[in-house]
Design a protein around this ligand. Structure first.
Ligand SMILES: Cc1cc2nc3c(=O)[nH]c(=O)nc-3n(C[C@H](O)[C@H](O)[C@H](O)COP(=O)(O)OP(=O)(O)OC[C@H]3O[C@@H](n4cnc5c(N)ncnc54)[C@H](O)[C@@H]3O)c2cc1C
Length: 414
């Protein structure tokens, strides 16, 4: 990759972890040009706590912020509290129109507008008391409805749904979760870990129903709701959380004629199909080397990494090497981490018993480590990530042995 002259001005749309990581990385790499970060919410804040400590009320908004307030002035990053409503791809000099009516021209634009919570095509989605969870405002609205005597019905048992169930139980609300899957999280964590995680719901008093909602109907007032299920059951609720995944924010890119396929298509440096325009985070999707769309990641570390890669792309230098995928989830007092892939071909190796310290490994047919999932095992997962990255053959007997040190195995010293 040949570094040409750095763009004189860079505008970043979206102040989530992807947009913030990009501006931090640009300055870290010595970029000295004009840097603007546009977000209707103003200062960048973090989303994972929205279903955990922030929803529980043990973290406040300033504690969610991704950098101390002085950081932006110290690093000459102008935070523009506004919404980008139009992108004109130009011919290498893109321009943004803002909701306030202003225009912003930049030599490089990074699209990092994230994703929005998916809604269901059901009657009743717009009723007061039927909520989604994506922003701090969403979390505050949900929090004030969670207390002893409240009944939360959660549609969707993925990461956000399961974490919200855990937090709502801790706040004293009754919780029923509905999902068509028999064993949610099976693909992400493997069946053994998924079974353990699933069992935590019942152990903490969250009712789980394998079904599909047919409708959400109102009773009397916004806290007297009924969720009707496909099989006919009617669940009473004071609040309904629809937590059925997210949809990438691609409208600006589509209108500007960029290639989009359930995510703005990018290469490993965040470059889109238009010169001078980059994308990162939940709104982006990596294009495979043969041009076909790859997987769209929807978690924090991927957003951070793609933000940093796009910063390198904007400067015309090599992006950091791709690392194995990694994400975490916290629920019912346990901390879960996963790295690599648990879904590919191969065999499963278990270490320990379901509970704290439990680890599940996925070993590829070639004998290398493909994926890991662990309960309360952050250090071991860090070592396992290095093993995945190394492509070194692993000994299943050692993986299984709680006394075998994964850090030594990662250093090739077992
Ligand atoms: C409740 C919750 C819990 C989560 N927990 C975990 C977890 O435990 N582990 C994990 O790995 N991941 C977790 N995630 C996922 C992780 O938070 C996301 O993958 C990450 O936030 C994506 O970062 P992003 O910067 O791409 O997008 P976002 O965080 O969505 O940020 C995008 C920003 O763009 C702004 N924006 C949108 N449109 C415009 C526009 N037109 N103009 C200007 N600005 C705009 C938005 O206001 C927003 O601030 C969680 C997500 C949620 C919602």
């Amino acid at each position: 990759m040949n570094a040409g002259p750095a763009p004189a001005t860079v505008a970043v749309v979206g102040g989530g972890i992807a947009g913030f990581s990009a501006v931090r990385e640009l300055r870290r790499r010595g970029y000295a040009g004009t840097l603007q970060l546009i977000d209707p919410d103003g200062l960048p804040y973090d989303r994972p706590p929205l279903s955990k400590a922030f929803l529980a009320g043990t973290l406040d908004l300033p504690q969610l912020e991704l950098a101390p307030r002085g950081w932006y002035a110290d690093n000459a990053v102008e935070v523009v509290t506004d919404t980008a409503v139009k992108l004109d791809a130009g011919h290498g000099t893109p321009a943004l129109t803002l909701a306030s009516g202003g225009q912003l021209r930049a030599d490089a634009v990074l699209l990092a507008a994230g994703a929005r919570a998916r809604r269901l095509p059901l009657p009743g989605m717009d009723l007061p008391g039927v909520l989604t969870l994506r922003s701090a405002a969403d979390a505050l609205a949900l929090r004030q409805r969670l207390f002893p005597g409240a009944h939360l019905v959660i549609i969707g048992a993925g990461l956000v749904g399961a974490e919200t169930a855990s937090t709502a139980r801790a706040l004293g609300a009754a919780v029923t979760m509905v999902d068509p899957a028999y064993l949610p999280f099976e693909r992400a964590a493997g069946p053994d870990m998924a079974r353990y995680l699933h069992g935590l719901h019942a152990a903490h008093g969250t009712a789980y129903l394998q079904d599909t909602p047919a409708a959400i109907v109102a009773g009397a007032g916004d806290d007297a709701l009924t969720v009707v299920l496909a099989a006919g059951a009617a669940l009473p609720a004071t609040t309904v959380l629809v937590s059925v995944g997210s949809e990438p924010e691609t409208a600006l890119a589509e209108e500007a004629g960029l290639q989009v396929h359930d995510g703005i298509l990018v290469d490993g440096s965040g470059a889109t199909s238009q010169p001078g325009i980059f994308a990162a985070g939940d709104s982006s999707r990596l294009r495979n080397s043969d041009g076909t769309p790859g997987r769209r990641f929807e978690h924090w570390d991927a957003a951070r990494r793609t933000g940093e890669a796009a910063a390198a792309g904007i400067l015309g230098v090599e992006p950091p090497q791709a690392a194995p995928d990694w994400f975490w989830s916290d629920r019912y007092g346990i901390h879960l981490e996963m790295a690599g892939s648990m879904a590919g071909p191969g065999r499963t190796v278990l270490r320990g018993e379901p509970g704290p310290g439990f680890m599940v490994f996925r070993v590829s047919p070639a004998g290398t480590l493909a994926g890991v999932a662990a309960v309360d095992g952050g250090t071991a997962v860090r070592a396992a990530r290095k093993l995945i990255e190394s492509g070194r053959a692993v000994d299943p007997a050692q993986l299984q042995d709680p006394a075998a040190d994964l850090r030594k195995m990662a250093r090739g010293k077992s």
